[in-house]
Design a protein around this ligand. Structure first.
Ligand SMILES: [Zn+2]
Length: 102
């Protein structure tokens, strides 16, 4: 007997199962507004299996997965990679002006 699979694919955050199993992101720093694209989730399901609840997810480009956007002049944290003094790459957080200033 094979395992039941009921996979739905989502073309974007507007699809019915796009946010199944994905929590809202907590607000970080001084970010101003819930992301209008992902509604504060930061990511959505590209594929979702209704039987097992497993999913393939994609990150939101608009908010870089933060779920929140900056509309003022505050700097926005962005994950980046730089080389440590010993030559190994490491994750750092940069603070840049937002693209979404109003
Ligand atoms: Zn977003």
């Amino acid at each position: 007997m094979s395992h039941e699979k009921r996979i739905v694919t989502c073309s974007g955050p507007h699809d019915a199962h796009a946010f199944d199993g994905i929590p809202l992101q907590p607000r970080r720093g001084d970010l101003d507004r819930v992301c209008p694209v992902c509604g504060g989730h930061g990511q959505w399901n590209a594929e979702f299996d209704l039987a097992s609840q497993r999913s393939k997810r994609c990150f939101c480009d608009k908010c870089d997965g933060r779920g929140w956007i900056e509309t003022g002049s505050d700097l926005v944290p962005r994950p980046d990679i730089e080389l440590a003094p010993d030559g190994t790459p490491r994750w750092v957080t940069r603070y840049d002006p937002s693209d979404d200033r109003e």
